[in-house]
Design a protein. Structure first.
Length: 217
């Protein structure tokens, strides 16, 4: 009886710590795998990878009716998460990869310097190139969410540095959505955001679409 009880305790202990060790967003990745099993993604689609601005774009296919989109945005993710789950996120055969990520890196640590975020992006870009040396890779600039105004200066530097990096790369583009989200005076349009002043309204996504369209394969 004691042996059975001891075995039960050991099993409970193992299960508890195996669950504890699961990284953040592990379940999101498992959900993607389930979706892929239920509906295997086609070859040659456009892969969206990144954070909640993609996650909440649930009707993205309606904005690009002539394109095949695989949306693999998971809310709250940082570039560190994209690097951690790179093998899972890049387990497709896309003709183009579009990234929106980096905003949450700054939100996670308001003392974070732009150079750190840029290095995280370069690390992810390197992982993409290791698997897809000639595939088109585009990066959407970090948007200036009103709720994160104090982070804008470092975000601006990150945008500039990533833009400069992408300009030197082949089959790579920096898609700047910051200007289209400004009013005539150069101020960020708050009406493009929902109540949390972080996520966007359909009008915001409509403007993104207008900028992204020329870059879409």
């Amino acid at each position: 009886m004691k042996k059975i009880f001891s075995a039960f305790l050991l099993l409970t202990f193992v299960l508890f710590f195996s669950q504890e060790k699961k990284p953040m967003f592990w379940q999101d990745i498992q959900n993607f795998k389930t979706l892929d099993q239920q509906n295997p993604p086609v070859k040659g689609a456009i892969l969206l990878v990144g954070s909640s601005s993609f996650t909440k774009w649930t009707d993205v296919a309606n904005y690009f009716p002539n394109k095949t989109i695989i949306n693999r945005g998971f809310g709250g993710s940082r570039l560190t998460d994209l690097n951690y789950f790179a093998n899972d996120l890049l387990n497709y055969q896309p003709k183009q990869i579009i990234i929106y990520c980096g905003e949450n890196d700054f939100a996670d640590n308001d003392k974070l310097k732009a150079e750190v975020v840029v290095d995280r992006f370069k690390e992810f870009y390197k992982k993409i190139r290791a698997k897809f040396p000639k595939t088109e890779v585009d990066y959407i600039s970090i948007k200036y969410s009103p709720s994160r105004e104090k982070l804008w200066p470092q975000m601006k530097i990150a945008n500039e540095k990533i833009a400069a990096f992408m300009k030197k790369e082949k089959n790579a583009e920096f898609i700047d959505i910051t200007k289209v989200m400004q009013d005539a005076n150069g101020n960020v349009r708050k009406d493009l955001f929902v109540g949390d002043m972080l996520h966007m309204t359909p009008e915001g996504y409509k403007l993104w679409t207008s900028v992204m369209n020329p870059y879409m394969k």
